[in-house]
Design a protein around this ligand. Structure first.
Ligand code: BTN
Length: 257
């Protein structure tokens, strides 16, 4: 374990391989780690994605998880994936010759490069031995490869002709994440984060489909509200504020999704 150069109070452990950096961060939380700790791995043998799915984790991509304690009150914890998406967007633009209009955030937190999924974020939580809430924020970025048969069309930086080593991207992410968490200020600064997020978002004002376990709603992506929910005006004119769904832009038929 080492300190991160230039980032006082933040620590980092790199592992050659692990089942999942999120799982490792959760284990360390229950063993009494103090937090403000990043875990990265060259490879994950059981990488986790949202909704119980797996995350393909061969060497060459970034696998990073951040362990935090006592981050904020429970009502604003759902801001964190949005805060992280903005930090990751800034980190990639800072580290590689990517244009801002090429890299967009798909609600709530995936990054799309030229319309294809480049990264994912998985938030988990647990309690430490003293009963404090631990938050783990896991980030996976396709630096050099991407899965063959994803739910959503995917790509990597390398596939789009962009070179960015995971080690370099990690340092940028750690720096931007520290800045964004400070700006977020335990939820008090979410209005600023929301503006930053909307400026980087894909598809505001355009048609999309929100897919749930038990159905889907198609309509226009009107906004992201002050609680981070997606505001969707359905084809029948009703407004929906959505906290969790898989999102597809435009005509989703033929995607096999
Ligand atoms: C998603 O898009 O479904 C979220 C994927 C999150 C993947 C990252 S890779 C690093 C961290 N460790 C994991 O096991 N998952 C997250």
């Amino acid at each position: 374990m080492s300190s991160i150069v230039g980032l006082d109070g933040w620590r980092h452990t790199h592992l050659d391989y692990i089942d999942s950096t999120n799982a490792e961060a959760m284990r360390l939380a229950t063993e009494g780690d103090a937090g403000q700790l990043w875990i990265t791995a060259s490879e994950q043998t059981a990488g986790k994605a949202r909704r119980g799915r797996g995350w393909v984790s061969k060497p060459g991509n970034l696998y990073a998880s951040l362990l935090l304690f006592d981050v904020a009150s429970p009502e604003v914890i759902s801001n964190l994936p949005l805060v992280t998406a903005v930090a990751l967007h800034r980190a990639i633009l800072d580290g590689a010759p990517v244009r801002e209009d090429q890299l967009r955030i798909k609600w709530p937190n995936d990054l799309l490069l030229d319309g294809k999924k480049l990264s994912g974020i998985l938030l988990e939580s647990t309690l430490d031995p003293a009963g404090r809430q631990a938050i783990v924020i896991g980030c996976g970025v396709n630096c050099s490869h991407f899965p063959d048969n994803p739910l959503y069309p995917a790509t990597s930086l390398q596939a789009e002709g962009i070179v960015l080593q995971p080690e370099i991207l990690f340092l940028k992410l750690a720096q931007h994440m520290a800045e964004m968490l400070a700006a977020w200020d335990r939820g008090n600064g979410f209005a600023t984060i929301r503006r930053d997020w909307l400026a980087r978002a894909k598809g505001v004002g355009e048609p999309l489909t929100a897919r749930f376990e038990d159905g889907e709603i198609t309509g226009i992506f009107r906004d992201m509200d002050e609680d981070g929910r997606l505001v969707l005006v359905a084809d029948d004119g009703t407004e929906h504020r959505i906290s969790a769904a898989d999102i597809f832009f435009g005509n989703i038929r033929g995607l096999g999704a």
